[in-house]
Design a protein. Structure first.
Length: 339
């Protein structure tokens, strides 16, 4: 897992405190690329997505229906900045952050790395078909991930944010750590660290272990996703509730570290984003994971079979900017508690 929502978390906190100039300063240090134009240049996917509802008696949508006015940020977690070039690594953390049209609510949708989805042909790598979603970055970089997610969910991707995993430890330490509640005691087999049942205070090192652990958890990658979401929720609350934005030293550290950890698309205006997100608070963030049902065995290993009806409902809500309504009737999909 990587500090995938650090950019939006920091921007929300700074917006609430009126630090537009500071964000502009950080924006000048953030890496940029033309990922969206590269994605647009890819051969169009002609195969329809079974998870996208275009018409139906319960929706009234048609192929030319107007979509919602929300903004979709695709957030990818990458291990190192050197690995952010096409084909050099996998993105094991994929999240779609949907900000509602009225900018008063944001939904974070996780796509587990083993989700079984359609990936179009990639010359020299792949003939086309279904496989694990995290292969998209290895074969086609961020542009291919943009195309795959857009096709899968039937939504446009407005902005792309790539975050270096190394930022987790430093950013967590800058804010003084975060508290998470663990359901039952569990040991991380990779490091030997034990997370005890109840409240755990995570410094940077422990946070990195916590959000990366996959093995030893009852539901594997699904539990890891829940931990990622829980960490981000706690981080947002920490930034907003403590004196980070009013402490010049910590503020500078936070901005500098976030800037070093980010690469964004050419069109993302950080100052404008601050203004648009100025109404958001921790309780305005909702988290969910794309619905899955069982597993499917593939040449690349066991993958997560998507729940067709569940995904249709979720993606329709994203497309029509009705995520707040979605969460009223799909509370079981929300997850901000850790394993």
């Amino acid at each position: 897992m990587k500090a995938v929502l650090v950019t939006l978390t920091v921007l929300v906190a700074l917006a609430a405190a009126g630090f537009g100039a500071s964000v502009l300063y950080a924006g000048n240090q953030v890496g940029r690329d033309d990922v969206l134009s590269q994605a647009s240049a890819l051969p169009k996917i002609t195969k329809g997505s079974e998870y996208v509802v275009i018409t139906g008696p319960s929706t009234g949508l048609s192929s030319d229906a107007a979509v919602g006015t929300g903004i979709n940020y695709l957030v990818l977690g990458i291990d190192t900045r050197a690995g952010w070039t096409q084909g050099q690594s996998r993105s094991d953390t994929i999240m779609l952050v949907h900000v509602d049209g009225d900018r008063r609510h944001a939904s974070v949708v996780s796509f587990p790395r083993d989700s079984y989805v359609y990936i179009p042909p990639v010359t020299g790598h792949w003939a086309g078909g279904r496989t694990k979603i995290n292969a998209a970055y290895a074969w086609g970089g961020a542009p291919l991930v943009v195309q795959v997610i857009s096709h899968l969910a039937g939504v446009s991707i407005d902005h792309v944010v790539r975050v270096d995993f190394a930022g987790v430890r430093k950013i967590t330490d800058i804010v003084g750590g975060v508290d998470v509640t663990v359901r039952k005691t569990v040991r991380d087999g990779r490091t030997g660290y034990v997370f005890k049942a109840g409240v755990n205070h995570l410094d940077g090192k422990k946070a990195e272990i916590y959000v990366r652990q996959r093995y030893g958890l009852a539901e594997g990658d699904f539990d890891r996703v829940r931990r990622q979401q829980q960490y981000l929720h706690a981080l947002a609350g920490r930034v907003l509730s403590m004196g980070v934005v009013t402490n010049p030293i910590r503020l500078n550290q936070l901005l500098s570290e976030a800037a070093k950890s980010l690469v964004v698309d050419q069109g993302l205006d950080l100052s404008s984003t601050v203004r648009e997100l100025s109404h958001l608070r921790q309780d305005d963030l909702s988290f969910t994971t794309i619905p899955s049902t069982g597993f499917v065995h593939t040449p690349g290993g066991t993958a997560n079979r998507l729940d067709t009806n569940g995904c249709r409902a979720l993606f329709l809500a994203l497309r029509t900017d009705t995520m707040t309504d979605y969460f009223r009737t799909h509370k079981s999909y929300q997850a901000v508690t850790g394993a």
